[in-house]
Design a binder for this molecule. Structure first.
Ligand code: AMP
Length: 607
């Protein structure tokens, strides 16, 4: 993920020598900061907790739990419960509806950040305050100094990052609700960043900020191609997003080449601000157009990244967690360039950075920066009554669920991520990301759990009733062999009726499942186009018995065996695939509108 600039003076007028010097100084300072905060993490954490409790001493939430100005850890742990989003929902709804009293934070809530985690099918709303932008920028500013230790010289060229804004909505009380990165890219921290060799991107701000995702992608790709020799690193936030960009190139290279050849912008780009920004970069370059066309028209796209952007040193994308499913595709397109996961962050809070960015994806660990929030850890697989553990007390090799207390007003909030202690930087633990709890299926930023999937499938299978057919068993998997990836559901049916079930009925079932899934899934399908149509594959009778036999042959207990509702293990997917008798795709995109369904009651039907 690209970093935020520090508030340094404008360097455009300084000489090269002073620029190098100030960059070295800046890098040194950032690395020293990391040394300092990781050397005594418990002291830092105590200070942060005390700071948060002092700032928010008068908020309703703390008073409600018996607080009257205390700032010590013992009282905090005794009085404040560990909570989930659902516990906070009444308070969040009040804020969304316009209650401006200090409910969670003494600072005004500046906006809501819409998480890709959902509750009741809608994005969770995370309150945030103005000062959090500063804290996020601080984390970004650590990334390049760390990277520079391993890959020097990145200040001599550009980063080609595919960055996008998503739509925003207003709560009934008038607060903006939008994803954290949209909020960041639209902030002056990003838009008005002073010149910094590390935040020198091929994409003009206007292209990143373009609300039309097609125009945004087209213009970012065009600029990236035009400036190809200067590109030293490429990336997107998540692996899925970067692969989508490569796929876009596969589909559109010939019209992009026309623009490169003539130095004009295709009329599909209608946004005048974007056109103007791209035209500032573009110049007629028939040689470049021939080069790109020649590479793109070759049959194999293996190594296309290194071929088109030959000076690229690494691919900067998150490939930890569910994104690891994209590693083989990225390796193919990049000819095995290092895949670099730089940071771990969320709408609730930005957490930490990877201090060894060139390590292999399965060795990535994130050092939580102790100034970002107050962190606690709930041991996983332990006794549920177990006490939460502090940052400096976690044990190597143990798994924990992350719990945060933030300046913006989350107190002992369960993020839902499971982390494993993989090592230490000085006295601060480093965590590998194990999983997000309860996520069964994920293609992009969607996170579908088993309960949601089950309810959606149950509802959809009612379409089979008129044909005297019932669903006996099902399972699912995230198929990332297609671009974009899509959900696949295997169905085994019991058909008593003699009438053939027409394909349109199964297609209706696919669509009905999609309509029932959460809004992040539907947005991915309908707006971002980051998820492909859901597929139902009908398997022959007896397939799920064979699945059970196979699991038992691998050591599963016959008494405890339950059909897995999501499968990842390749031999199991192969077994299921070998039994498929028919498959059907959802014929259209499910409905999606920005904002929460409760806010849209009056206008959903008009859309
Ligand atoms: P959101 O609230 O939509 O910003 O999503 C935040 C969630 O994305 C985190 O809680 C993690 O589950 C996931 N996430 C963020 N960064 C990483 C990372 N570096 N590796 C794996 N998962 C991540």
């Amino acid at each position: 993920m690209p970093e935020a600039p520090k508030n340094s003076r404008d360097q455009s007028s300084t000489t090269m020598a002073t620029m190098d010097y100030s960059l070295t100084e800046k890098n040194k300072k950032s690395l020293q900061f990391i040394e300092d905060v990781t050397s005594n993490p418990d002291d830092v954490q105590l200070r942060i907790l005390s700071d948060i409790l002092t700032q928010n001493a008068d908020v309703e939430y703390l008073h409600r739990h018996g607080f009257s100005g205390q700032t010590d850890r013992e009282t905090f742990k005794k009085l404040i419960p560990v909570v989930t989003y659902e516990d906070l929902q009444p308070d969040i709804t009040r804020i969304a509806n316009g209650d401006k009293s200090p409910i969670l934070s003494s600072h005004p809530i500046s906006e809501f950040l819409t998480s890709s985690g959902t509750s009741g099918g809608e994005r969770k709303l995370m309150p945030t305050i103005e000062a959090e932008l500063e804290r996020r920028s601080l984390l970004y500013s650590l990334l390049m100094p760390v990277m520079n230790q391993f890959v020097p010289g990145l200040d001599k060229g550009k980063g080609m990052y595919f960055l996008f804004v998503k739509s925003e909505a207003k709560t009934p009380g008038g607060l903006l609700a939008r994803p954290v990165l949209t909020s960041y890219y639209k902030s002056n921290h990003f838009k008005e960043r002073p010149y910094d060799p590390y935040t020198n991107y091929t994409s003009p701000n206007e292209a990143i900020l373009c609300p039309d995702s097609y125009q945004s992608m087209y213009s970012q790709m065009l600029c990236g191609l035009c400036l190809n020799q200067q590109v030293l690193r490429v990336g997107a936030v998540f692996a899925s997003g970067f692969i989508r960009a490569i796929r876009f190139l596969e589909k559109h290279w010939s019209i992009l080449c026309e623009d490169l050849r003539t130095g004009t912008v295709n009329p599909v780009i209608t946004d005048p601000v974007v056109r103007e920004a791209v035209l500032r970069i573009l110049k007629p370059d028939p040689e470049m157009a021939d080069f790109v066309a020649n590479e793109c028209s070759k049959q194999s796209w293996q190594g296309i990244i290194t071929r088109l952007w030959p000076n690229t040193k690494y691919v900067d994308v998150i490939v930890t967690g569910t994104m690891s499913q994209y590693i083989p595709t990225l390796d193919y397109y990049s000819n095995g360039l290092p895949l670099v996961c730089t940071m771990y962050a969320s709408s609730e809070c930005y957490f930490g950075v990877n201090l060894n960015p060139l390590c292999k994806p399965n060795e990535v660990s994130y050092t939580l920066i102790p100034t970002m929030a107050y962190f606690e850890f709930l041991p996983v697989n332990g006794d549920q009554e177990q006490q939460l553990i502090d940052l400096s007390d976690v044990k190597l090799g143990q798994d924990y669920e992350l719990v945060v207390t933030t300046y913006a007003g989350l107190y002992r909030y369960r993020v839902g991520d499971v982390l494993r202690v993989a090592g230490f930087k000085n006295k601060a633990p480093q965590f590998s990301f194990i999983c997000r709890k309860n996520v069964a299926l994920s293609i992009d930023s969607d996170k579908t759990d088993e309960v949601e999937l089950h309810q959606a499938i149950e509802k959809a299978s009612s379409h089979l009733v008129p044909f005297d057919a019932t669903l006996i068993e099902y399972t699912s998997f995230a198929d990332t062999t297609t671009i974009p990836g899509h959900y696949v559901i295997f169905w085994e049916l019991n058909q008593n009726g003699s009438a053939q079930i027409p394909p349109s009925v199964f297609e209706d079932c696919c669509f009905a499942i999609e309509e029932s899934l959460n809004s992040v899934y539907r947005q991915g399908r309908a707006s971002d186009k980051s998820i492909g149509p859901l597929e139902i594959r009908i398997v022959e009778n007896g397939t799920f018995d064979k699945l059970m036999d196979y699991a038992i042959s691998l050591g599963a207990s016959i008494n405890q065996y339950k059909t897995p509702r999501c499968v990842k293990f390749a031999p199991i997917i192969e077994l299921l695939s070998s039994k498929v008798v028919a498959s059907y795709l959802s014929p259209k995109c499910p409905k999606w509108v920005p904002g929460h369904k409760q806010w849209n009651k009056n206008n959903v039907d008009d859309q």
